[in-house]
Design a protein around this ligand. Sequence first.
Ligand code: PRP
Length: 185
Amino acid sequence: MIDCERYVKKVLLDEETIQRRVAELGAQISADYVDVDQLLLVCILKGGILFLSDLMRHIHVPHELDFIAVSSYGVGVRSSSHDVRIEKDLSIDISNKHLLIVEDIIDTGYTLDFVISMLRARSIQSLRLVTLLNKQARRVADIPLDYVGFHIDDHFVFGYGLDLDERCRQLPYVAVADLAALDRS
Ligand code: PRP
């Protein structure tokens, strides 16, 4: 933890605040899907894993899990690009299922725009999205915001699944990165 804490400029969302909101989202999703059979949570790797594992403990309707991995190319590690590609597709048959995409953050929206278009082209019943964080300031693609944990300003954030150059995902809080400290390391 010490290593990661060096790069914390400030804690934006502490553990208690995140857990309270995740429980609220789970309760809302449980209510909305109470009459739905065949709910499938689709987690986008890797950033969504902590959010998924906490959120699913608050979803009290039957559901399955699957995972998708995408990469974006062409821009630096601190921002994504329009060139999004599938690294790992879903493993199970999603026909006639109600999909709920679980994502950690929406920034430009390029990633979700690609994933949503790809999934909508398949024979599914419905598709919604839950994101822990929404960073609207840098949005390019139009993304439907069905369930949002927190709307945040244009900070470079990490922790609670979000990485700092592939590390520090394990932090239980979301922090604003000290980019000067990161550049010095
Ligand atoms: C992050 C995040 C989203 C995406 C959002 O993933 O998990 O999937 O960026 O950015 P966008 O809205 O600008 O497309 P990243 O590519 O960093 O991969 P990771 O989840 O493996 O950390």
